[in-house]
Design a protein around this ligand. Structure first.
Ligand code: CAA
Length: 259
């Protein structure tokens, strides 16, 4: 990966999108790197949670690359949208939890990238928005779909139609982010959360992610069956035996083994 730095830190990893000269904007090469990132992390059983952030103090990701998009034909535009959508969906459905640590601009594809992560926390300097209609296009990496599902259809429509940027406090108010931190404390907070998640029973954590994600796409009757099956799948694992045994024996559980 030429544009993403990946650092393993014990049970979790931190991936930093590193294209500072363009405020970490997503061109085809960065999208390709994101695709590779997911493959690398998925193949590494030691990584139990992933933090995603942007390099520099100014920007998480300032959107899809406007220079690259400026000369696309209709067919090429659709293909570029598909490329981004495929990668973001792969990120969204990776088995382990992902935390977006939004350290600055999260505009267009940057806001969309953060919405493909499980959890969003941001710096007090962060700025969010879907500026696409101001550029003559629609959001193209899932923004029309994930923003409407995450906040509300009405709020998503307002943000997308007006192309207005919002600051961290408004993002918190509408439920786009879970928490705001002073910029210099953001990464440590994200890493602490990743470490907390990674120390819980990994098979159970992954089952929770799958149950929530897949359950949201179907009726409640179907969703509770998804939950039942994943709930059942945790039993007889070494971690379930140890976790419940430790409780009953009034002792602290041993580190979970992912087994
Ligand atoms: N694409 C390509 N290059 C970008 C970029 C982008 N999305 N955002 C910033 N850059 C580049 C700038 O062109 C500039 O490069 P040069 O130094 O070579 O001129 C460099 O990053 C620094 O940017 P600025 O000088 O503009 O920095 P600033 O602090 O004055 O402004 C900003 C920061 C408000 C984020 C501004 O850069 C900006 O508005 N960027 C574009 C944001 C945007 O519209 N994003 C949505 C893109 S469309 C999209 O994402 C579609 C989709 O859904 C898939």
């Amino acid at each position: 990966m030429t544009n993403i730095l990946l650092e393993k830190k014990g049970l979790y990893a931190v991936a930093t999108i590193n294209r500072p000269k363009a405020l970490n904007a997503l061109n085809s090469e960065v999208l390709q790197d994101l695709n590779e990132l997911v493959d690398i992390v998925n193949a590494d059983e030691e990584i139990r949670a992933l933090v995603l952030t942007g390099s520099g103090e100014k920007s998480f990701v300032a959107g899809a690359d406007i220079g690259e998009m400026s000369t696309l034909t209709k067919a090429e535009g659709e293909a570029f949208g598909k490329k981004g959508n495929d990668v973001f969906r792969k990120l969204e459905t990776m088995p382990i939890p992902t935390i977006a640590a939004i350290n600055g601009f999260a505009l267009g594809g940057g806001c969309e990238l953060s919405m493909s992560c499980d959890i969003r926390i941001c710096a007090d300097t962060a700025v969010f928005g879907q500026p696409e209609v101001g550029l003559g296009i629609t959001p193209g990496f899932g923004g029309t779909q994930r923003l409407a599902r995450l906040v509300s259809p009405g709020m998503a429509k307002q943000l997308i139609y007006t192309a207005r940027n919002i600051k961290a406090d408004e993002a918190l108010r509408i439920g786009l982010v879970n928490a705001i931190y002073p910029a210099e404390e953001l990464l440590a907070a994200a890493e602490k959360m990743a470490d907390t998640i990674a120390k819980n029973a990994p098979i159970a954590v992954r089952a929770c992610k799958k149950a929530i994600n897949e359950g949201l796409d179907v009726t409640m009757d179907e969703a509770i069956v998804i939950e039942e099956k994943l709930f059942g799948s945790c039993f007889e694992t070494a971690d379930q035996v140890e976790g419940m045994g430790a409780f009953l024996e009034k002792r602290k559980h041993a580190p979970y083994q992912n087994k």
